[in-house]
Design a protein around this ligand. Sequence first.
Ligand code: NDP
Length: 495
Amino acid sequence: MTTTTTIDLKMYINGEWVASGDRTTIPVINPASGEVFAQLPQGTVADVKEAVDAARKAFDSGVWSGISAQERSTYLLKIADKIEEYQDELVPLETQDNGKTLTEAGFDVADAAACFRYYAGLIKAPDGQTYHVGDPMQAMVVREPVGVCGLIVPWNFPLLMSVWKIAPALAAGNTIVFKPSEVTPVTPQKLIAILEEVGIPKGVVNMVTGTGAEVGNAIVESADVDLISFTGGTKTGKHIMKTAADTVKKVSLELGGKSPNIVFDDTDLETVVDHGLFGIFYGTGQVCSAGSRILVQDTIYDKYVERFVERAKKIKVGFGNAEGTEIGPLVSQQHMEKVLSYIEIGKEEGATLACGGNRITTGGLENGYFVEPTVFTNVTSDMRIVQEEIFGPVVVIQKFSTEEEAIALANGTVYGLAAGVFTNDGARGMRVIKKLKAGITWINAFGPTYNEAPWGGYKQSGVGRNLGTFGLDEFQEVKQINVNLEVGPVGYFQS
Ligand code: NDP
């Protein structure tokens, strides 16, 4: 079913908005209603080339890299102000595009503004180093922008993931070729309009829309792109890493996870169940750091499962913009089918389906991509539902008896993105966390993150970091400069 009016999205290349023209368009669907509400130009390899050329020219001209950090910072602060000014437009758009609740979208918009402000401040801090290498030499290190950066983002946090990459890339003085997910391109387009509105110079920011297979791949293949910063699935990340090897690009990858949430028996049951629900079901489970494996000590396992299931069944699933909705739909029909297929796999593998497991087709939700909060128990580590990222409202609850066993289970997947430990024993909490192979960890919490702290994973959860000073490092080269203060012959060769 299509609505009568749809938004005609555009690309942004060399300071101009580019309509779809003769290009194929891709329908953008509201996942709560199944309705098409926008059309997206399917960019081509030629569009990518034009965008990369514009970004290269802008970079080489120094129009952005050559101005002071103070000036770039002023632009970033203006962007943050504009994001807040357009909050009432951005929040419902994000809900319409991704399905997330208005509350979740509100957090994302606030975080997006805060992220620009963070990098506006950080870029003005002193950087570089000097070394005492002995007279007459003076050695120093300066930081420089990398050049043209290809930024490729997914659909789970369409605005925020764009900002996590665009803010540090621009702060450092780079120019960008940006590709939002074809599934959720609407708020990213609004963000680019804001960048234009504050007067970012022509060619510095370029957005090419379309599929990953064509547009994403062309960005990664381009010899004129110096760096790829990607967030998305591990399979795509591996492909990008291989493709980028041909031109030896810098690559930063934030990939999937199967993150453990370890619960010891010295904790308050209501509290740990509450955190467990938040850890997996926030964002309908479409969060890379979701606590999708809950490991509970055997002494409290049955009570934990009983209370968790009781509460999971009561979660209000519905339209993201409806009063009282706690979680929205999955992002697309294709993704819903993937999540439902994993639920079938879990049943076939012999896990116990403790609750959920179905698409919701009643109460006005029948045209959307809604899936019940789903809990599997009686699972073993070799099951695919324990090992693979499902990226939906599906959790497995496993049992352990000792601290050592909990650590071994927690580390027992190819992923290493996030992990949490709940215990009232402070020393044990820290001891366990230090043994977990994960880049983002919590003790007695599961989920909060901060612009100041690095976000990224160990093992197959990625390479490099977003956010914090480490996130800025990704977008900078370091150069050593050695200056001879007494110029004269070296005198090494006697001839
Ligand atoms: P992808 O990893 O395929 O997509 C993420 C981004 O990469 C999108 O912009 C996509 O474009 C683009 N892309 C896809 N293929 C290529 C390519 N060959 N070269 C360059 N860019 C490419 O995620 P999916 O949507 O397919 O989701 C698959 C799974 O990935 C999910 O089920 C989930 O498990 C995981 N995932 C993890 C995320 C995370 O935050 N870590 C986020 C999203 C997904 P386009 O979509 O426009 O084709």
